[in-house]
Ligand binder design. Structure first.
Ligand SMILES: NC(=O)C1=CN([C@@H]2O[C@H](COP(=O)(O)OP(=O)(O)OC[C@H]3O[C@@H](n4cnc5c(N)ncnc54)[C@H](OP(=O)(O)O)[C@@H]3O)[C@@H](O)[C@H]2O)C=CC1
Ligand SMILES: CC(C)(CO)C(=O)C(=O)O
Length: 309
């Protein structure tokens, strides 16, 4: 019988490459923990042959997990699954994990937004769902290579309804791997806090094609961003999430500290004609507003514009 703790990281892109890389660096080849990467194509082949190299600021490390595969069906029971694909890829792959998931499996989705978490909760109601989000700027540089900007990244996660002892064990597992792990009992608010920044910023930058600095320095655009944040908060409050109004000022301060030429990843996806996370970052707010009969005129207008882009 396999008594190892079995962890799968699904999607070895910017996020999965960094967090999977840290886990593999600490636990691959260990006696008690198995690290599995779900990757595909040339990226998978490169990781299998030469390992995954992670460049973080001025340092770098290369890892080889215990297994790299695109064959989810044959994996067997898993203990922790960290979903790091883009939100639009989640439903395609999440279903394939059914034989690996039972009531003791932890699921940790790290997509931006709320919808992926709600989606996995509905798909696997018996599993132990963790809420999570990450503060990192990272991407695939080349097959087998991950580029992370800056040295300081945070993994924010938790679920107050699950036993503290089990959460503490995962927290130790992450921390021992060198991951900055922040375990919160008010995790729902923490994930909405991040969403209250990224959703309005992604919406406005993508709709008008301006950088974060250009928005911050223009009073009218800045007010539009505040309006989007207020609309998002109204939706959160209607859903019973106790997010504080002061998060808007906090978000504006964060925006002011970012490089003037910073763009959002959705804005870059629109510019490069790539598939985007429009539905989970923006469409979700519009749909939830309709369900709760909350008015979100600016979100609705910009969502309509972006949908037809
Ligand atoms: N990157 C960042 O800095 C941040 C990202 N986020 C969020 O994290 C999430 C992930 O983003 P990010 O890491 O940037 O995305 P990436 O596109 O860099 O990574 C996703 C990876 O998943 C792979 N993938 C998709 N489907 C499959 C599949 N069926 N089998 C195997 N591999 C698959 C993709 O492979 P392929 O290339 O072949 O499609 C890609 O390597 C998003 O929701 C994003 O908004 C949040 C904060 C910061
Ligand atoms: C805010 C940022 C840049 C990094 O956390 C991000 O999440 C994104 O652009 O999608």
């Amino acid at each position: 019988m396999n008594s190892k703790l079995r962890i799968a990281v699904v999607g070895i892109g910017g996020v999965g490459g960094y967090y999977g890389g840290k886990l593999a660096q600490r636990y691959a080849d260990s006696e008690d923990t198995e690290i599995i990467f779900i990757a595909r194509g040339k990226h998978k082949e490169e990781i299998q042959t030469n390992g995954l190299t992670i460049n973080v600021g001025s340092s770098k490390f290369t890892v080889k997990p215990d297994l790299v595969t695109d064959d989810v069906a044959g994996l067997g029971k898993l203990d922790i699954i960290v979903f790091c694909v883009k939100s639009y890829s989640l439903d395609k792959i999440a279903e394939d994990f059914r034989p690996s998931i039972d009531e003791s499996t932890f699921l940790l989705p790290l997509q931006n937004g709320i919808e992926s978490i709600e989606y996995l909760d509905k798909l696997y109601p018996a599993a132990k769902l963790l809420w999570g989000c990450v503060y990192i700027i990272s991407s695939v540089g080349a097959p087998g290579v991950i580029e992370v900007k800056g040295e300081y990244n945070r993994l924010v996660w938790g679920n107050p309804e699950l036993p503290v002892k089990e959460l503490d064990r995962i927290h130790k597992l992450f921390t021992d791997a060198g991951i900055i792990s922040e375990l919160y009992s008010d995790i729902v608010v923490k994930v909405w806090n991040k969403f209250s920044f990224i959703s309005p910023v992604a919406t406005l930058t993508s709709a008008i094609g301006k950088t974060m600095g250009e928005i911050y320095e223009n009073a009218e655009l800045k007010e539009n961003l505040r309006i989007l944040m207020r609309e998002l908060l109204a939706v959160a409050h209607a859903k019973g999430v106790e997010i504080e109004a002061s998060i808007i000022d906090t978000n504006m301060k964060i925006l002011g500290k970012l490089p003037k030429d910073a763009t959002s990843s959705m804005q870059r996806d629109f510019m490069n004609n790539n598939q985007t996370e429009l539905e989970t970052l923006i469409g979700y707010i519009v749909r939830e507003a309709q369900k709760s009969k909350v008015e979100t005129p600016l979100f609705s207008k910009l969502y309509g514009q972006l949908k037809s882009k």
